[in-house]
Design a protein around this ligand. Structure first.
Ligand SMILES: NC(=O)c1ccc[n+]([C@@H]2O[C@H](COP(=O)([O-])OP(=O)(O)OC[C@H]3O[C@@H](n4cnc5c(N)ncnc54)[C@H](OP(=O)(O)O)[C@@H]3O)[C@@H](O)[C@H]2O)c1
Length: 248
């Protein structure tokens, strides 16, 4: 059986790493681990391989979503080697630790909005070569306008203004991509992985675990796998998490 090709940005860490590990543990999947830092990518790939659970296959791709040139070069490499992508997981994201004000807002929007959106636009021609394509934008519940503005919702109370704004903008981009692509058979989702362990908030244990509150990114990976396996097709065009549908 020919492999389904899954391309994951930000694959060396957190949600992207767990998802690379889980998908490659399933037969019939080839995971392209797209990482902006080749050394981190190599380390992550060999960590997955040495865990001994790979039943599919894996490869590495250098890709910085902040760079049009990097996106173009990566696209040509994937086109040449694989000719299609079945699952495009636009996962790379930042909270721009260590910056403030305009610089922070610009850095966050550069990666989480421009990077995520333009990466997906650039790779769409390869998705259209798949017989059952999925485009998943990794968003956050913090970007839900409905929850952010509802005083009775727990998400009402947290700050993270710049990050929330970026995910709300990405959500609208995802709606636009759905409207354009659903007639061409592409199932488009915005997906929240939940609060899970990762380096997003920093590399110290307190930050990785969000003060002990963060769950296991393997659960996010399993929910993403369900999407790729067609179990959430009825929710295409929506904002989802592992449990259900999130209001925009
Ligand atoms: N973890 C959570 O609780 C949580 C909750 C809701 C949503 N999310 C979303 O989940 C996604 C994954 O984040 P994470 O939590 O797994 O954080 P993470 O551990 O920091 O992983 C983020 C990944 O994105 C990569 N990245 C950053 N900028 C990039 C760029 N310009 N080009 C390519 N790759 C880039 C990072 O690469 P480097 O290692 O080289 O920096 C890293 O591999 C993000 O979109 C985040 O907003 C996470």
């Amino acid at each position: 059986m020919a492999s389904k090709i899954v391309l994951i940005t930000g694959a060396n860490s957190g949600v992207g790493f767990a998802t690379s590990k889980f998908f490659s543990s399933q037969p019939g999947y080839h995971v392209i681990m797209a990482c902006r830092d080749a050394q981190k990518g190599k380390k992550a790939l060999s960590e997955i391989q040495s865990a001994g659970e790979v039943k599919g296959s894996l490869s590495l791709l250098e890709l910085d979503v902040d760079s049009d040139e990097s996106i173009r070069t990566a696209f040509e490499a994937v086109k040449k080697e694989f000719g299609k992508v079945d699952v495009l997981l636009s996962n790379a994201g930042v909270i721009a630790l260590g910056s403030e004000g305009r610089e922070k807002l610009t850095r966050i929007f550069q990666t989480n909005v421009a990077g995520a959106f333009l990466f997906a636009e650039a790779f769409t021609p390869l998705l259209l070569k798949s017989s059952k394509p999925y485009l998943i934008q990794v968003s956050s519940s913090l970007g839900s306008l409905a929850w952010s503005s509802d005083p009775n919702n727990p998400y009402y109370h947290s700050a993270w203004d710049e990050y929330r704004m970026s995910k709300a903008a990405l959500n609208l981009g995802t709606i636009q991509q759905h409207k354009r692509l659903h007639s061409q058979n592409v199932k488009v989702f915005a997906f929240c992985p939940g609060l899970v362990r990762s380096n997003l908030r920093g590399e110290a244990e307190e930050a990785v675990s969000a003060g002990g509150n963060a769950g296991d990114p393997l659960d996010s990976a399993k929910a993403l796998f369900d999407i790729a396996e067609g179990k959430r097709d009825a929710d295409a065009g929506k904002f989802v998490n592992g449990a259900g549908v999130i209001p925009w």
